[in-house]
Design a protein around this ligand. Structure first.
Ligand code: PHE
Length: 347
């Protein structure tokens, strides 16, 4: 058989084989390509025959070989496209999705009940013209204690078992240091200071159902001219009624904090029994919700505020305590576990 015929046959045979190939033959297609057009393939093999041809014949046959290579290359490419499309179609078919099906809902969490509580209280105070300020969780002894009228050897420091980082740096035991920091910044000639500051605080404690070594407070501070205890009472009554119901009354009991004078402990009439006595108020009709008082003149003076001209009140409430009372949560540890079954109840 002469070379031309052999070439023709190779072309026909190859093309016939190519036609058979479909989406299942991606690998066979590749193999055939190597077999025919590869370095050691059939075409190369046939080329070796060129040397047996006469000088007259050789150029024409050589040209033919090149044409053949082009034709076959094109055929392979064409079939490769067909095979590729078939592969993609098969995949699409297998994965076909019904766009008319309803979507699967993505499980979304909800805001933490403490965040909700804090934001609710923030909203009430923002409505009364207070600003909401941030403090530092890692605080200086100076602001946490000294500026709050608790010098280094003050016995009342024992009320707040403290995580010290160094002798001068600690995890704040209350949000009260924000009082000093904001007073330092405030220009009292421009009007009174009215702020609240929510945030996390830390005390060395053994965790149980009602104690946690970290918890959340909201500090409140108003300083200006003619701020009296009546303003404190009115403010606390309002917040109590907003949080626990319009019927609520408040009661102040004398207490002690080094940074307020006088100091009070504030009780709200029981929202469950209305004051008759039940398990929530431990049969007393009253529930303690926060500590407060008139800002100690010494605390004002340390911020450079003239205590003859200005006065103020401050309060500090525990966010967990408020939330536990309102929602009947009986274990404080529930707040920190990150268990969705806990959070979902407050959606
Ligand atoms: N800082 C006090 C505490 O954590 C609460 C408080 C704040 C009392 C402001 C009076 C005034 O116990």
């Amino acid at each position: 058989m002469d070379l031309k015929t052999q070439l023709k046959e190779l072309q026909e045979a190859t093309q016939a084989q190519l036609k058979q190939m479909n989406g299942n033959h991606a690998k066979e297609l590749q193999d055939l390509r190597v077999q025919v057009l590869g370095k050691k393939g059939s075409l190369t093999e046939l080329l070796k025959g060129l040397k047996d041809l006469s000088n007259e014949e050789r150029p024409a046959v050589g040209k033919l070989v090149n044409e053949m290579r082009d034709i076959l290359t094109a055929s392979f490419e064409e079939q490769a496209k067909i095979v590729e499309a078939a592969v993609i179609n098969a995949k699409l078919e297998a994965e076909s999705l019904d766009v008319t099906l309803p979507g699967r809902p993505i499980a979304a969490g909800n805001r933490h009940v403490l965040t909700q509580t804090s934001e609710e209280i923030e909203d009430i105070f923002l409505g009364m013209g207070y600003q909401v300020v941030d403090g530092f969780e890692v605080e200086q002894d100076f602001y946490n204690f000294e500026r709050m009228n608790l010098p280094k050897d003050h016995p009342a420091r024992d009320m707040q078992d403290t995580f010290y980082i160094t002798e001068e740096i600690l995890l704040r035991t209350h949000t009260s240091p924000v009082q000093a920091r904001t007073m330092d910044q405030h220009d009292f000639s421009k009007g009174p200071l009215k702020m609240i500051s929510p945030g996390r605080v830390f005390r060395r404690d053994t965790d149980d159902a009602t104690h946690s070594h970290q918890f959340h407070q909201i500090e409140g501070l108003v300083v200006g001219e003619n701020i009296s205890m009546a303003d404190l009472k009115g403010t606390l009554e309002l917040i109590s009624q907003k949080m626990f119901g319009a019927e609520r009354k408040i009661r102040l009991r004398p207490s002690y904090f080094p940074f307020t004078e006088p100091s009070v402990e504030v009780d709200v009439s029981c929202f469950k029994c209305g004051g008759d006595g039940c398990n929530v108020c431990k049969k007393t009709g009253w529930i303690e919700i926060l500590g407060a008082g008139m800002v100690h003149p010494q605390v004002l003076e340390m911020s450079g505020v003239d205590s003859e001209k200005y006065s103020g009140f401050a309060f500090g409430l525990g966010q967990e305590r408020i939330a536990m009372l309102r929602y009947g949560i009986n274990d404080i540890r529930g707040f920190y576990l990150g268990d969705a079954r806990f959070s979902e109840q407050f959606n």
